[in-house]
Design a binder for this molecule. Structure first.
Ligand code: BEZ
Length: 266
């Protein structure tokens, strides 16, 4: 099984990601439309995962590079799309200067707590006038789910209080747009919207999602991991299980911002 430990202690399993979480890039197709890649453009796909959206961008004739912090994801992307370029890189430390016409990112930046570090790094990677087009979890994303994760950890005695585990960063539109402006971008478009997201695999959907994405919570639950998952399922069922399917309470923040021509990072 392809697996690697990343900085946050999160294990990324590329096979589970491909098998049960294809909604990540299927919904991401709308963000590719917003990017509107043109033939010959140089585009960076930041947080490319297993490379499916990178390949869609390449189909438009763009010259695309995919980067991801997970070596396992990059290995899977290279295997699936050997003609494309993929590299392991951290969002806050991208090894590019003025190279790209656009930086694209889907479902990644909610993992990056150092939002300004990432914005500075994206800014450096773009040519003047280049665009940054992103979608990720925004304020209120998985609110119902996270409240239950927190409550159950406390109930099991695995945490003293809610909020001890904070794997994700979900900014408001105003908060994130402000950070983008502060770091040399002109924000052209920003919105926050509910996007209830059906999880694959019927009854097992939430459990699969937690296995894939909740490494920090599961580690905190320790030997009580199975009991943690069972209690979470019981609590969330009335709200999020409909017609034989779990539906995650996702909210997305979408942003289009341009690197100012005369910008100096402030
Ligand atoms: C999201 O895409 O909103 C998300 C994915 C994994 C964990 C938390 C949120």
């Amino acid at each position: 099984m392809s697996e690697v430990k990343t900085k946050g202690g999160m294990a990324w399993d590329a096979r589970l990601y491909n098998a049960k979480h294809d909604f990540v890039w299927r919904f991401g197709a709308g963000v590719v439309e917003l990017l509107a890649p043109q033939a010959g453009e140089r585009i960076l796909d930041l947080g490319c995962g297993t490379g499916h959206l990178t390949a869609q961008i390449a189909e438009a004739g763009a010259v695309v590079t995919g980067v991801d912090r997970s070596a396992a994801m990059v290995a899977a992307a290279r295997e699936a799309y050997p003609a494309l370029m993929f590299e392991v890189a951290d969002a806050c430390d991208l090894p590019f200067a003025g190279k790209f016409d656009a930086v694209f990112s889907n479902a990644t930046l909610h993992w990056v707590h150092d939002a300004e570090g990432a914005l500075r790094s994206i800014w450096r990677s773009l040519r003047p006038g280049g665009r940054f087009v992103a979608e990720f979890g925004g304020r209120g994303n998985i609110r119902a789910m996270q409240e239950v994760f927190d409550a159950v950890l406390v109930e099991l005695g695995a945490a003293r209080e809610a909020g001890e585990v904070r794997p994700w960063y979900y900014p408001s539109v105003g908060g994130y747009a402000g950070l983008a402006e502060k770091n040399g971008f002109e924000v052209r478009f920003a919105t926050l919207f509910d996007r209830p997201t059906p999880l694959a695999d019927g009854e097992a959907g939430l459990r699969n999602w937690m296995t894939m994405f909740c490494g920090e919570y599961l580690a905190k639950a320790g030997e009580q991991r199975e009991e943690f998952v069972r209690r979470v399922e019981t609590r969330l069922r009335p709200k999020l299980f409909r017609d034989g399917q779990w539906v995650a309470d996702y909210r997305r923040l979408r942003l289009v911002a341009c690197k100012e021509h005369d910008a100096v990072q402030r």
